[in-house]
Design a protein. Structure first.
Length: 475
């Protein structure tokens, strides 16, 4: 069964235009009467090493066979098939010469060898990248299995990024995004890097370790001491064919605005002293550290409209029956429609009405309500004014606000905007300075404000709103 053309004297099988004739010649050889020479020992077949690289040529050696006798050499691949390729000079296999899907019990896809006078023979077999355990079966002319041996074609290995794809060249480096300085870049399992293999031999195990590969154009020297891996190495096999690798990079000392490139390399330790390296390229950009608004204790317009805020206003000190908050508020032009002799109860009612009338059309009604809440926050957080009635950690009037980073629709649901144009182009001001500035752009009572420019009014409104919602940033 194992005859369908082949090589003689251990030379590599190559394609022939006279395959039927070659087959006939082989049959004739097998049927020829050859005076057998008894073997000194049981036939054996061995290979030059236990494990081969993909597409390597396997060297195999027979001993103890009948001198002068032909034998069929069948190499059974890990999937049970047999295939023969012509040899090639490019390090890969040549054309396919024969294929049998099931060669476990014999096949006509084989190579022919003839034992020399000492009962020995040598042969070569071209691998084609199918990894796993191979079996060599040697048959005599009667089709009897006379010797067998195994060898390995190393498992196919793969190192992939968080997207499940390999990133081997730097031009294809995986973009891990933008990370804020002081917030570590973290790639965690099960979504981390993956090192794994396929087509393992039955007993094949591969030890591995990961480290930086330091190249001429990457940032490995900078990133290496800042990086930790979890795990740093391990073992994969048919039972456990892959490993997830987590990576954390401390970004606190990296430069804001810079993009960093790194190359990681997994190095293996395999049977027969084999070692392979698989590379992974990545990049990321460092952004400015996060900015957290200070907790000021400020109250929103809702707070000053509800019972708690109203009670604080009504409880303010008076001078000659006039509420002290009246004098404070009337120094700002938009609130000069408040009676100069208003009692604390009347001030509370004024605040409630202003907030209730804040509809957004026209915009200065919303601006007036938000500015009023800010003025009350300043007054009732300052010991020398209304006293610290709201439990503010510091007087709110002295806090400096970054006017170039003002929340749109506090608390920042729509991102940040530059509101400096509503404050004369100043990039920052204290809260009390922001309140006083309104005297230069509003008339008494706030009926005309910013020349009734809705855009400027809205930016100013958002600025006071951010202060009242504790979402305003400091420079």
């Amino acid at each position: 069964m194992w005859g369908r053309g082949g090589s003689v004297d251990g030379t590599m099988l190559r394609r022939s235009r006279s395959a039927p004739l070659a087959a006939a010649l082989v049959v004739a050889v097998l049927q020829a009467v050859v005076a057998p020479v008894a073997a000194d020992a049981s036939p054996t077949v061995t290979t030059g090493k236990d494990d081969y690289f993909a597409n390597e040529v396997v060297d195999m050696y027979g001993a103890g066979f009948e001198a002068g006798q032909p034998y069929g050499v069948v190499v059974v691949r890990p999937d049970g098939s047999a295939v023969l390729y012509a040899s090639s000079d490019d390090g890969q296999h040549g054309e396919q010469l024969c294929y049998d899907a099931d060669a476990s019990d014999g096949t006509d896809c084989y190579q022919t060898v003839t034992a020399d006078n000492s009962g020995a023979w040598a042969n070569l077999y071209q691998l084609n990248g199918v990894s796993g355990e191979y079996r060599i079966n040697v048959y005599d002319a009667a089709g009897t299995l006379t010797a067998t041996a195994t060898f390995l074609d190393a498992a196919s290995l793969r190192l992939t990024g968080t997207d499940g794809l390999p990133h081997t060249p730097m031009a294809d480096a995986e973009n891990l995004g933008t990370v804020q300085q002081t917030v570590p870049l973290s790639v965690t399992c099960p979504s981390g890097l993956t090192f794994g293999g396929t087509n393992f031999g039955t007993t094949e195990t591969i030890d591995w370790s990961i480290a930086y590969f330091i190249g001429p154009t990457d940032d490995g020297p900078t990133l290496q001491p800042l990086t930790t891996f979890e795990p740093t190495g391990g073992t994969i096999s048919a039972a456990s064919p892959s490993a997830c690798i987590g990576m954390t990079i401390d970004t606190s000392t990296l430069t804001v605005g810079q993009t960093y490139h790194g190359i990681l390399v997994v190095t293996t330790a395999e049977a027969g002293g084999r070692s392979r390296q698989l590379k992974y390229h990545f990049r990321f950009t460092v952004d400015a550290p996060p900015r957290t608004p200070p907790e000021t204790g400020a109250g929103t317009i809702g707070f000053w409209h509800n019972n708690n805020g109203q009670a604080i206003i009504k409880g303010d000190a008076t001078t000659k029956k006039s509420c002290n908050a009246t004098t404070w508020l009337r120094q700002f032009k938009p609130f000069q429609d408040l009676s100069s002799k208003a009692t604390c109860t009347q001030v509370a009612s004024y605040v409630s009405n202003v907030i209730s009338n804040a509809t957004g059309s026209p915009m200065n009604t919303m601006l007036k309500a938000q500015m009023l809440a800010t003025a009350l926050n300043v007054y009732f957080s300052t010991p020398g004014l209304g006293g610290n009635q709201i439990g503010a950690p510091v007087p709110i009037g002295g806090i400096v606000i970054d006017l170039t980073m003002i929340c749109e629709n506090s608390p920042c649901s729509s991102g940040y905007q530059d509101a400096s144009g509503s404050f004369g182009g100043a990039t920052s001001m204290t809260v009390i300075q922001m309140l006083v500035f309104q005297n230069s752009v509003a008339n008494g009572g706030g009926g005309v404000w910013y020349g009734n420019n809705g855009s400027l009014q809205e930016d100013a409104k958002d600025s006071f709103d951010a202060i009242n919602n504790e979402s305003a940033l400091t420079p």
